[in-house]
Design a protein around this ligand. Structure first.
Ligand SMILES: NC(=O)c1ccc[n+]([C@@H]2O[C@H](COP(=O)([O-])OP(=O)(O)OC[C@H]3O[C@@H](n4cnc5c(N)ncnc54)[C@H](OP(=O)(O)O)[C@@H]3O)[C@@H](O)[C@H]2O)c1
Length: 399
């Protein structure tokens, strides 16, 4: 049935069966025009084009934009010692889509203070207001994941805030399916893997100790994954498929000068770069689990929140796709998940006492019940996870 439905639409649109291993696909196609990346003026030149990078235009300094709307620190008053203090959760990319919906869901419980780690302060402030998040429940701090300097500045700023850290959610992502040429982060890494994987890798490594020190009953690091990186699913089998190969491009720095902008050393493909970055996210979560769960008690988890066809993730896609994808998922595959529902799912992984198992990739079935899903062979390859970890450490300057 679902397969028949797929054949009614352009080949690039595939079936989204939420909660099933063969769930949802982002559309991957070569039919489309030139990609125009939504660059924020104050953070130019990220991303930089391949040509610019090759000409070695020097990187402009990053303008730090840190605004703390709520400087209060959640310390339990002596008389309220038995009452659990508010949890502090950092959510990257909380200015739209899944990140914003999760921030809203957590804020509504009045049990969480959300640090919205965003690259565009004004957008984040407007988003928080329009979502109705009460001012005392959030703080916006600047984070540009496409710059490792910015990641380090974010961590310094967070430390200066004096807040404990209980949960970190690595949620932000870029998806550039129509890009013809690679663009690059400040350090010259291909933008999708540089942002989605390497920026988050450095961030979570630098904040691990903070979570370790937290006295909160359940400390968690959540890295958002995707079904599109899992080739054991129908969606994950829509070309181009994720494949990290022997990691030669990653080892070469993904900069197209020493080798290739792609992890496997192949030609640039924006849709594949996104899927590869999601495989790295899921491998990183498992490697964190193997290295640190026993020692720290931190829960490491990933998830596929469902096919949230309306988010900004698809902003770089052609207009026809953006028009057809949501109704296709809603009425034909019935795999559509609203931003609100997806936000509640991620909020569960942040806070539900029943979801404390570490090393798990969560998904939800049609009744919105969570279950432990199977990762593809590559996304659960322990040896590959170790290698990705070690190469990433070198690229971000930790080794
Ligand atoms: N949508 C789906 O169907 C789906 C399915 C599976 C998994 N996911 C995952 O869900 C997560 C959230 O995606 P979404 O669908 O909610 O998309 P979205 O609405 O586009 O949200 C992405 C967020 O990431 C931020 N971001 C992008 N580049 C950044 C950078 N360099 N530095 C800091 N922040 C950056 C964006 O900031 P701006 O607001 O400034 O652009 C935005 O807040 C991603 O990890 C994605 O892979 C989504």
């Amino acid at each position: 049935m679902a397969l028949q439905a797929t054949s009614l639409l352009p080949s690039a649109i595939s079936v989204c069966k939420e909660g099933k291993p063969n769930a949802c696909s982002l559309m991957d196609t070569s039919l489309y025009g030139v990609s125009v990346y939504n660059v924020k003026a104050e953070f130019k030149p990220y991303p930089i084009t391949s040509q610019e990078f090759k000409r070695k235009i020097s990187v402009k300094p990053i303008v730090v934009q840190t605004v703390t709307t709520t400087p209060e620190i959640n310390q339990a008053a002596p008389e309220a010692k038995k009452t659990l203090r508010k949890g502090n959760v950092i959510i990257t990319g909380a200015s739209s889509g899944l990140g914003l919906a999760t921030a809203k869901a957590l804020a509504e419980t009045e049990k969480w203070h959300i640090i919205m780690a965003c690259r565009n302060f004004l957008k984040a402030e407007r988003a928080a207001k329009s979502a109705g998040i009460a001012k005392e429940n959030y703080t916006i701090m600047h984070l540009e994941l496409a710059s490792l300097d910015s990641v380090r500045q974010f961590v310094d700023n967070f430390h200066r805030s004096g807040r404990p850290l209980d949960v970190l959610v690595c949620n932000a992502a870029v998806y550039l399916p129509t890009a013809k040429e690679p663009t690059f982060t400040a350090e010259g890494f291909e933008l999708s893997v540089g942002t989605n994987h390497l920026g988050h890798f450095l961030l979570s490594r630098l904040l691990l100790d903070d979570m370790n020190k937290s006295d909160y009953p359940s400390k968690r690091l959540v890295i958002v994954g995707s079904i599109t990186g899992n080739t054991n699913t129908l969606a994950g089998n829509v070309p181009p498929k994720a494949n990290l190969g022997d990691l030669r491009g990653l080892a070469g720095g993904l900069n197209a000068i020493n080798g290739s902008p792609m992890i496997d050393g192949g030609d640039f493909d924006g849709a594949k770069a996104y899927k590869d970055s999601k495989v790295c996210n899921m491998l990183t979560m498992q490697e964190f689990h193997r290295r640190y769960h026993e020692e720290t008690g931190i829960t490491f988890a990933s998830l596929y929140p469902g096919c949230i066809a309306t988010t900004g993730l698809f902003r770089e896609h052609v207009p026809l796709f953006r028009l057809l994808f949501p109704p296709f998922q809603k009425y034909i595959t019935k795999g559509y998940v609203s931003e609100e529902e997806a936000g509640k799912r991620l909020a569960q992984v942040v806070s539900e006492p029943s979801l404390t198992k570490s090393g798990v990739y969560w998904s939800w079935n049609k009744n919105s019940a969570s279950f432990e899903n199977q990762l593809s062979q590559e996304a659960s390859d322990a040896e590959k996870a170790r290698k990705v970890w070690e190469i990433s450490e070198k690229l971000v300057g930790l080794a």
